[in-house]
Design a protein around this ligand. Structure first.
Ligand code: SAM
Length: 256
């Protein structure tokens, strides 16, 4: 088969084809197709999977060539951004998602978080350009935050397999949850570093707003909610707000 131009070595193509065959993959999404070089390896399988091809194809000439490559084949073409295409693919429907679109950290991170939701339980995420710094950083972070097992099976390709059943060493939290936890810890550390004051606890009790002042000027108060939000910091709270929000909820405030 005459191959279209693109960025995919023969070794990578043979691996791509092999993994689809070995794992009995029936549904694949390829995000970032260009002229279809990587996809051409799947199309020559005796029993090719159902492929969803996602690309923005900014260049109409490239899009036209891609369409002639896949015409008459079991390929659904979504000419749109990776994020928009998520709306057109059912959750938990895919055996493999292959990512080779934008290569910067932010986009790869978004692609991983979005496309993993389209995988069946034992589905595989894989992609190209492991040697790119942004790709590697996003993939490694995703591996750590989800416990998916990371492999570089042939040069410049990466693969993330689901965690081993029952694995205890793998964190089972999403990247979003980890970021939230990190922000909470930073906020707690920031609050604890504030100067001490007279008798009001530095760390608010769960769910209870607390007024905090300084010994020098107890009325330069601010209200800290336990989500770490600081209201009215370094300015006097309006009297009405002080009475309704603070005195009512924080007995400690009456000592000020
Ligand atoms: C490196 S090329 C893909 C190469 C292809 N897999 C091959 O074998 O030659 C990257 C492709 O991703 C597409 N792309 C870039 N950003 C995208 C995005 N946000 N959503 C969808 N496609 C995108 C580009 O249009 C380009 O065709």
């Amino acid at each position: 088969m005459a191959r279209p131009g693109g960025w995919f070595s023969e070794e990578q193509g043979q691996w791509y084809k092999q993994i689809v065959q070995d794992r009995g993959v029936r549904n694949v999404v390829e995000v970032g197709c260009h002229l279809g070089l990587s996809m051409s390896y799947l199309l020559e399988l005796p029993n090719p999977p159902r492929i969803t091809a996602v690309d923005i194809w900014e260049d109409p000439g490239v899009y036209k060539s891609f369409c002639s490559l896949v015409r008459g084949k079991n390929v659904r073409v979504l000419r749109m951004s990776s994020m928009d295409a998520l709306e057109h693919v059912t959750n938990r429907s895919q055996d493999l998602v292959f990512i080779d679109a934008a290569h910067d950290y932010g986009n790869v991170r978004q692609d991983l978080a979005g496309w993993v939701r389209k995988l069946r339980r034992h589905g595989t995420l894989a992609g190209h350009d492991w040697n790119w710094g942004g790709v590697r950083r996003a993939v490694e972070e995703f591996h750590k935050s989800t416990g998916r097992r990371l492999f570089v099976p042939v040069p410049n390709l990466w693969l993330l397999d689901p965690p081993r059943p029952g694995a205890v060493d793998a964190p089972k939290v999403s990247a979003r949850q980890l970021a939230l936890k990190r922000r909470r810890e930073q906020e707690r550390a920031r609050l604890e570093a504030l100067p001490p004051h007279h008798g009001v606890p530095m760390t608010p009790a769960a769910g209870q707003p607390v007024i905090q002042g300084t010994p020098q000027n107890p009325n330069s108060s601010y209200l800290v909610t336990d989500s770490g939000r600081v209201v009215g910091r370094r300015r006097k709270l309006p009297r009405a707000q002080f009475q309704s929000d603070v005195l009512r909820t924080s007995p400690a405030a009456t000592r000020m």
